[in-house]
Design a protein around this ligand. Structure first.
Ligand code: GP9
Ligand code: MN
Length: 435
């Protein structure tokens, strides 16, 4: 019932972080190109193997004069993996404690970014993805989010060696999407979902760079991971070359982010020695710290580039982006906070109720000191820290519960933000037959 919204609204109001004047509206009117870097983790940035950079192009963006890059940004996905990341980015609500919101709640009412930029600023909206439309129920969910176009695998030649198991290879996705991208009315808000850097990180030899030599650990997954990291990097570089040539770069902002880990915790010990860490002292806190993924906002020509150490996560992307585009977020029910706001709270919430702050991390049932990388024994914990811990835990479970409540009870159907027309999925037709 509508009154169930009260608690959520009270929380959202108290949680609001006002925009930073320096950044508010600086990307107004520009095209937005979101590049979803499949399974790409932060340790890939600046990583060298045999003296050679794995992702030289992404590194140049990360350190570039126009890119706002985050060094303490975490993925917050649950079992819904890619779809959870997409859900957080488009709606700034959390995924589910188990299963995927995309598959279970696609008929809910959403007030998502594609609809917001379309209705409020007249943007056209589209997703480009080289897998079949029905994967993660995207063909249904994207309509509820208000995406006007979905260029899935059926729009490209995905035959033979053009694809790997998760769909069209990234270089081809970027290249073959161009005829569709060029027909979109500007300004546009588009999302590219890459797939090649996905477990098991398989790539045909013809697509491998003969000049790049990967690791020789006894874990083939890790060795292959760097090969597909490198391929992903090259595909982004090629896309940038096109964007520059087409004159699109100067009218666009490019948002790049890693959706979740590619290397699982069981493999982190092997990974440790590659990334200059000690495998013999590896612990649960180290696993948690490895859940960092890249988040970069490239605003060509802005000269605003820097590396921002603010702690945050995927839930925070939407309000950050809205403020850059000059969209006030006050009227929306969104759980994240603008990462560039001076009021941003550095409490990063994982879907399993673990959390990370700049000084402490809660994982594996313990509180860890980030600096010493040691767990703090509850019997010797200072009262003040114990109090802090229970306060954090309450905040974490409250926020996750309210987000779940919103989803389970489909509460947004009772909420009417100013100038927002409820999305009717029936108004969208992607011209594809679900397979
Ligand atoms: C498939 C791709 C992978 O279309 O997005 O999803 P994931 O397995 O990473 O959740
Ligand atoms: Mn994924």
């Amino acid at each position: 019932k509508p009154s169930d919204l009260n608690q959520v609204q009270t929380f959202i109001k108290s949680h609001y972080a006002k925009p930073n004047k320096k950044y508010y509206g600086i990307a107004k009117g520009k095209n937005v190109i979101i590049i979803h870097l499949e399974s790409f983790q932060q340790f890939g940035i600046d990583q060298k193997i045999n003296g050679q950079e794995v992702t030289p192009f992404l590194n140049s963006l990360y350190h570039g004069q126009d890119t706002i890059s985050f060094s303490n940004f975490f993925h917050e996905v649950g079992q819904g993996k890619t779809s959870d990341a997409e859900n957080m980015l488009e709606t700034s609500t959390f995924g589910l404690p188990s299963g995927s919101l995309f598959t279970k709640y696609s008929s809910n009412t959403f007030e998502a970014m594609p609809a917001i930029v379309n209705q409020r600023l007249g943007y056209s909206t589209a997703v480009f993805h080289g897998n079949t439309a029905s994967f993660w129920n995207r063909n249904v969910m994207y309509k509820s989010l208000g995406y006007q176009h979905f260029f899935d695998a059926s729009f490209y030649d995905v035959s033979g060696q053009k694809s790997e198991s998760w769909g069209l290879k990234d270089k081809l996705l970027f290249k073959d999407s161009i005829p569709y991208l060029e027909k979109l009315q500007q300004p546009f808000y588009v999302k590219y979902l890459t797939v090649t850097n996905h477990y098991p990180f398989a790539l045909d030899t013809v697509d491998q760079d003969p000049n790049f030599k990967t690791t020789s650990t006894d874990d083939p997954i890790i060795n292959n991971y760097f090969v597909t990291n490198h391929y992903l990097d090259q595909s982004i570089k090629e896309f940038y070359t096109y964007l520059a040539k087409a004159g699109l770069l100067k009218n666009s902002i490019i948002v790049l982010y890693g959706d979740h880990f590619g290397i699982s915790n069981s493999e982190n010990k092997t990974l440790a020695s590659v990334i200059g860490k000690d495998p013999t002292t590896w612990n649960a806190n180290d696993d948690a710290q490895l859940q960092r993924v890249p988040f970069m906002i490239d605003i060509p020509g802005s000269k605003l580039g820097h590396i921002d150490p603010t702690y945050g996560g995927e839930i925070d992307v939407l309000p950050t982006l809205e403020h850059l585009l000059g969209i006030s977020t006050k009227r929306y029910i969104q759980f994240g906070q603008d990462l560039l706001s001076k009021q941003h709270k550095q409490l990063v919430i994982f879907r399993n109720q673990d959390f990370v702050t700049p000084k402490y991390t809660y994982t594996a049932g313990k509180l860890w000191n980030n600096q010493t990388d040691q767990a703090i024994d509850s019997s010797t914990m200072l009262k003040s820290l114990a109090d802090k811990l229970s306060k954090w835990q309450k905040e974490v479970s409250n926020e996750l519960n309210l987000s779940d409540e919103l989803t389970y009870k489909d509460l947004l159907r009772f909420y009417k933000p100013k100038d927002f027309k409820t999305i009717n999925p029936k108004n969208y037709d992607y011209g594809v037959v679900a397979t």
